[in-house]
Each structure stands twice: as structure tokens, then as C-alpha cells.
Design a protein around this ligand. Structure first.
Ligand SMILES: [Zn+2]
Ligand SMILES: [Zn+2]
Length: 258
């Protein structure tokens, strides 16, 4: 399966799992002083654990960071299949409880131990801490991870340069509040955004751009304004057998149900 390993800095890697000519799912490997953590596990790539261990071996970090007592950890940004291709190889995993329940993970990943993540949790990798934020909208359990020292934010499918999928009207409705809270809590604390699809890294202000676009789209959806006035283009499209509205806001795009 085609994938590419990109080094982000000397202890962070992005694994780009090619889905098609122009699309990919990205997942991450972060090494601290004591532990290694993967964030997400690819889609077509079914051997995320093996890839992560290979990267650590090549960097000379495997012996230091991985043992039976402290296996490589994995946290999932949200419960969609394109983020969990290789999850089956990890005996333990971290995910938000809403997606654990919403995507039937107990049944789909039997025998693996689930650890819930929630707002404010800290994953400590040893002199490297990640703060967890809830960002519901794209899914009810969507999470963002702030690397406090390295000043980047991993945002899953919720903030990215391509289409942001909002399945169900409710997702779009709750996303703005959740994004506003995330903006307030992370203000001035990161320089770059690493999303799961599209380009990476993105400048920090992509978050404000997505929020402004969300406001414009919501004004149109509530009939308080119209797309022409807001400078956005709306088209109806068929996507995986669903009819969706594609809101092109210039800086970002939303796919929403009607
Ligand atoms: Zn998703
Ligand atoms: Zn995705």
C-alpha cells in the first residue's frame, strides 16, 4: 500500500496514506522522552503499528521508548474508518467516549482496551505533553491535540484545507460553538495546524478562517442572508449516495446535508 513518511521535526512524523490521486489520510507519530504515541492509524495502511515502530528504530529511539511495560500508545481523533485502518494491532487505545459508543467500537474491536479521552486531559510522553480538546461537529467525539512545547495542533477532520464533512444538520449547528471554545482555549498557543486530509502544515489562522466561513454558511442556512451576499458558492452534489450541499467559502469548504 502506498504511503509516505514525512518528518515534521526531529521527534514528530506524518505518515501520508494515499487514498487516490488527490486524496490522502494523514496520521502521526510523536516521540517524547519516555513514550511514543501514534495519533490515528491510517486507512488503506493496515500496519500502522509496524510503520511507527520502524520509524522509531530508524531514529534510534525504539529501545528507549518501547517495551512490554510501555508499548507505543495510540489515540484516535475520531471514530471514522479512514483513521483506524491499523488500530487492530494496538492492545489499548484512547478515543472520546461519544465516538467509542457511536461507532460501535466495543463490537468492532473486541479484546482491545478502550481508554476515554475528554476535554483537558493531558497525554504525557515524558517532557512532551499533549492537551486534549473536544471539538464536536464532524463527529460527536471529535478531538484536537495541542502539542504544548512544539506549538502545533492536530485537528483530525475538523480543521483542514479541503472539504470539512458535516454529516447531519446537527453537526454543522454544534460545530461553531465547539470551534469557538477551541479558539479561545488555544489562542496564542500554537503556530501550525496539522489536519488529517489536505495540505499540512497549515498556518494557525486557518482556524479563524474556518470559523468565519462557518458563520457565513449558518447565516445562509438560517435564511438570515444569502450566498451571494456572503461571497460563497453553494452547489448540490451527490456524495456516496447522499445529496449534500457543497459550500465553497474560498478559504475552506463544507459538505453539509440539506
Ligand atoms: Zn472523519
Ligand atoms: Zn477523515
Amino acid at each position: 500500500m502506498a504511503y509516505e513518511i514525512r518528518k515534521y521535526n526531529d521527534h514528530t512524523w506524518m505518515i501520508e496514506d494515499q487514498l487516490g490521486e488527490n486524496s490522502l489520510t494523514r496520521f502521526f507519530l510523536l516521540a517524547g522522552e519516555e513514550r511514543a504515541l501514534m495519533i490515528d492509524a491510517g486507512m488503506n495502511t493496515k500496519n500502522a503499528k509496524e510503520i511507527g515502530e520502524g520509524i522509531l528504530k530508524e531514529a534510534g529511539l525504539y529501545e528507549k521508548l518501547v517495551s512490554d511495560q510501555k508499548p507505543m500508545m495510540i489515540a484516535i481523533t475520531h471514530g471514522h474508518g479512514d483513521h483506524m485502518g491499523g488500530l487492530k494491532d494496538f492492545p489499548d487505545y484512547y478515543i472520546h467516549e461519544a465516538d467509542y459508543r457511536g461507532f460501535d467500537m466495543e463490537k468492532n474491536y473486541p479484546g482491545q482496551t478502550f481508554h476515554p479521552l475528554k476535554e483537558g486531559d493531558i497525554l504525557d510522553l515524558g517532557r512532551r505533553k499533549l492537551e486534549v480538546f473536544e471539538n464536536p461537529g464532524h463527529s460527536l467525539g471529535s478531538l484536537a491535540f495541542l502539542d504544548i512545547n512544539d506549538r502545533f495542533l492536530i485537528t483530525g477532520d475538523s480543521i483542514q484545507s479541503g472539504h470539512i464533512f458535516m454529516f447531519g444538520a446537527e453537526g454543522m449547528d454544534i460545530f461553531g460553538g465547539s470551534l469557538k471554545k477551541l479558539m479561545e482555549k488555544t489562542k496564542g498557543r500554537f503556530d501550525e495546524i496539522l489536519g488529517s486530509h489536505g495540505n499540512a502544515p497549515l498556518p494557525a489562522d486557518q482556524m479563524e478562517k474556518v470559523y468565519t466561513a462557518w458563520e457565513k454558511v449558518m447565516r445562509c442556512r438560517k435564511n438570515e442572508s444569502d450566498p451571494e451576499k456572503e461571497g460563497i458558492t453553494v452547489t448540490e452534489e451527490e456524495l456516496n449516495g447522499m445529496t449534500v450541499l457543497d459550500y465553497d467559502c474560498g478559504d475552506c469548504f463544507f459538505y453539509c446535508s440539506r
